[in-house]
Design a protein around this ligand. Structure first.
Ligand SMILES: Cc1cc2nc3c(=O)[nH]c(=O)nc-3n(C[C@H](O)[C@H](O)[C@H](O)COP(=O)(O)OP(=O)(O)OC[C@H]3O[C@@H](n4cnc5c(N)ncnc54)[C@H](O)[C@@H]3O)c2cc1C
Length: 453
């Protein structure tokens, strides 16, 4: 049996950041990754000469852990295309055009803004590194965002706008997520405006060589420490350490850093079983439902029409949002489209041709050229074995309040990382990196304490 100081389960951004910190702290490390690539929920593929980010992709100026990690490995970014008019689609009316920065004063955008301000105000009471200390956690975690929306008394259009925000940020419906989790997430990421913003916000920039470039560079830096195609099946642990098993091997370690989505962790067999709060936390944290689609064109034709490519639909179309996802040099046009929640579940069960048509029908509002893409790609995240959904887990109502100790408290030699265990940056690549750095530092402290005994 191989012996190391630390096994890291998963080579997404959290696992890689943990491993980099551990190696630099002098620990011997083995990273076991189930799939045949690094990056996890960040997945860049060369699709016929065009780099397509099928998973996480954007970076914002507040996401300093991600920016630092990327800079360290020399991974360059470029601004997200944000020029020209954005479009909104509402039932029974012509598309509404507006410029970046302010919503059009139609369909009760003022009422919607008032809802956003209320959520931001409540979120200001939460310290994202100590969510359990929130004075109103019991009340806020007892209801869904849908319950709150009903009590807030917004107009149907304001509520419809907010539903799309919920889809866009959490890939679910307002009834699927606890009010407390929404407020925690908003607090963890600096407020709703920064989360929703393009220039200057969370969608500010993209990576020239794909969003997985820093992950690939980190894996090269770690060299032989990273083993791909090695799904961990079981972790036997005791006070002295743990034995981490795959189908073909076992590695003994003094400490383990476990990453991965809660549904992926639910497949691991822990012996002895984990304490109740952690088991409940994992079991009560499902993922969101989202498909990310890409359509490629000879050129970004919408730009010459004065359009940004950013489209938001409230008209019953399955597509919620589109973005200009063309490469940095604009050498071809790429549109990214997102489908979430109820719309995802209805759309994803249709035959391929019908799915494709449903998408093309709506995006032709950007120009008739949209109807004939050169290439079309769908990534349906709920079907990805090692994630089972995206963007991040959604602790169901009551989970934070009842099982808060299960969030990220270490269990014996087991430490938890992953964006789901992040305070600041929770849900994002930035949070994943912070969580890995935190877990790595915790482990180094524990190892040095043991060495001193
Ligand atoms: C469509 C989409 C869009 C997104 N957009 C953005 C965005 O624009 N900006 C942003 O910051 N974030 C975005 N995100 C979220 C971001 O991608 C995640 O927050 C982040 O990548 C999570 O990293 P992680 O390391 O915590 O988890 P993961 O990336 O899930 O890494 C966990 C790793 O563990 C591996 N694993 C699982 N089970 C096992 C096992 N049994 N044995 C071994 N290995 C295992 C998995 O294969 C995976 O590689 C998006 C995500 C998606 C899917």
């Amino acid at each position: 049996m191989e012996n190391v100081d630390v096994v890291v389960v998963g080579a997404g951004y959290a696992g890689l950041a943990a491993a980099v910190g551990l190696v630099e702290g002098g620990a011997t490390v083995r990273v076991l990754e189930a799939s045949d690539r690094v990056g996890g929920r960040v997945w860049t593929r060369d699709e016929g000469g065009v780099l397509i980010d099928h998973g996480g992709q954007w970076a914002g100026p507040a996401q300093t852990a991600l920016l630092r990690f990327a800079d360290r490995f020399g991974c360059r970014r470029f601004p997200t295309y944000d020029d020209g008019q954005h479009l909104e689609l509402w039932p029974g009316s012509a598309p509404v055009a507006y410029a970046s920065g302010a919503l059009p004063r139609v369909h009760d955008s003022d009422g919607y803004q008032a809802l956003i301000e209320q959520l931001d105000t409540m979120a200001a009471d939460i310290d994202p590194e100590r969510p359990g200390a929130t004075p109103r956690i019991a009340a806020w975690d007892a209801c869904t965002l849908q319950d709150w929306l009903i009590s807030a008394g917004g107009s149907p259009d304001a509520n419809r706008r907010l539903r799309l925000v919920v889809q866009g940020l959490w890939a679910c419906e307002p009834r699927d997520v606890s009010l407390f989790h929404v407020l925690f997430y908003v607090a963890a990421n600096g407020g709703l405006d920064p989360l929703l913003g393009t220039s200057g916000g969370a969608q500010d920039s993209r990576f020239i060589d794909g969003a997985d470039a820093p992950a690939r560079a980190a894996a090269v830096y770690l060299g032989d420490a990273v083993r791909l195609g090695a799904p961990v099946t079981a972790i036997d642990w005791d006070r002295e350490g743990a034995t981490v098993r795959t189908a073909r091997s076992a590695v003994r370690a003094r400490r383990v850093v476990v990453t991965g989505t809660p549904p992926a962790q639910a497949r691991l067999t822990f012996s002895p079983q984990l304490p109740l709060p952690r088991r409940r936390w994992i079991a009560r944290s499902p993922m969101g439902d989202v498909a990310k689609l890409h359509l490629t064109y000879a050129e970004p034709f919408w730009r010459s029409r004065g359009l940004s490519g950013q489209l938001t639909t409230y008209d019953g179309s399955p597509v919620a949002y589109t973005f200009d996802n063309s490469p940095a040099d604009g050498s071809c046009g790429v549109l990214a489209a997102f489908i979430y929640g109820d719309d995802y579940r209805a759309w994803s069960t249709q035959p391929e041709e019908a799915r494709h048509k449903a998408v093309l029908d709506v995006i032709t509002v950007l120009g008739e050229e949209a109807a004939a893409p050169m290439d079309y790609h769908e990534l349906r995240w709920p079907d990805q074995l090692w994630a089972e959904g995206a963007y991040a887990a959604l602790p169901s109502p009551g989970t934070w309040h009842e099982h808060g100790a299960g969030w990220r408290d270490p269990v014996g030699p087991l430490h938890w990382a992953g964006t789901e265990t992040a305070g600041v940056g929770h849900g994002y690549i930035d949070g994943a990196i912070r969580s890995g750095e935190r877990a790595g530092a915790q482990v180094l402290t524990a190892l040095s304490g043991e060495a001193g005994q």
